[in-house]
Design a protein. Sequence first.
Length: 443
Amino acid sequence: MLKSNFQIQRHDYVSIASLAQQISSLASQITSYLSSNAHPEPSFEVGGGVVPVSAEYEALRVPLNDAALDLLRLINGPRNTLRNFLFSHYDLASLQVALDRRFFHHVPLYDSDNGDGAGNKATITEVAEKAGMDENRTGRVLKMLSTHRIFEQVPGEPDTFRHTASSALLARDADFHAMADMQMDDMIKATSETSTMITSSPLAADHQNHSAFHQRFGIPLYLYLEQHPYKAKRFAQAMSSWSQIDRQITDLSNSYTWGSLGKGTVVDVGGGSGHISIALARQFPSLRFVVQDISHHMLSHAESSELGGRVTFQQHDFFQPQPVRGASVYLVRQVLHNYNDADSVKILAALVPALEVRPSATRLLINDIVLPDSHSGGVTSKYEEHHLRQVDFCMMVALGAKQRSQFEFDQVLKRADKRFEIVNVWRNPLGIGLVEVRLASAV
Ligand SMILES: C[S@@+](CC[C@H](N)C(=O)[O-])C[C@H]1O[C@@H](n2cnc3c(N)ncnc32)[C@H](O)[C@@H]1O
């Protein structure tokens, strides 16, 4: 996670030659970085897809993405580029079928190989049988996914497929699979209603009853999850997987001085299954955590913890006054982005009496994406901004809500209580940042 004054220059690439030169230079720096860190060169093979997670690697990977994507746009021209873009829902449909019919578990992994190479592949007929669908469409799904290097045809055996690094990830990582499944199931269905939803209420922005999700399923997302325990479990797993991406937990533990809180209490407001508190509790053995959530489904997915009672769980509605007073930290993580400004103001205001007990020793930490904007800066690359905008759109579709910039956080905080003051911002160009807030009367 990077401090607020960190800015990445956005380049306007102009020529094929200059882009090619940048790509070549960045690619050789990546090769040197890999070899000097004894990191194996990434490949598409099973087990070959691990890339380094470090600030140095990101500083090369991100501009290489910008340059490579722009080079492709330039050499393909708008007609080919847009054609590809416009047809991408068919690619997603193939992934949707593969997830629905559990293709990723029907092709054996190298792990199960008995040594003769025969155990790591499956014919279209075998996959179709296990998936309970016809061979023709099974083959078409596998071939479509293979164009993205998700599965591949075994050389010399055109009707036989094996895993690649990407398909193996979906086979092995249950939480990542849950995230993919959630996106390709409810979220893609809801997303297709976005424009219809806007047409039906063109001026009613920012309300969960005017979200595409509501348009598609007839009820707000969290009520829907309460009514579908399997989907609530999948959601909790998806959130856990999401937190592994881009080092979110590492960033959160590194960016704030948790160690200085001594034997303090951290209240994890809307903490879901408690995965963040549990990770922090493992790292900071003096701290105690209270994970609060309205959903007993979420709390029931909470890991039984070996942490000697330092992580406790409490059912609580964060629109109601905060029952744990005078804690060291109130962590509000990936919650405000679920709400429009009016509701975010109510959630923040409900915390004020608890912060007033020991204002100088208490912090509110908002752990959410901090969007770039012209007021508070934070310019990112196009590649990075695209990620942030995708998640912002996700909030619009799912909940009629949004991600916020520092300026927008400041506005909702001040509406909740004029004494709220942002004291520090850690930006993360690829994901979740951190906003540290206090009640100014504490000074
Ligand atoms: C997007 S999840 C974030 C979970 C967790 N903080 C994290 O970062 O992984 C939002 C959480 O808010 C919970 N929630 C929704 N409405 C709530 C309410 N009124 N009071 C308390 N929790 C609520 C949901 O059950 C869900 O676990």
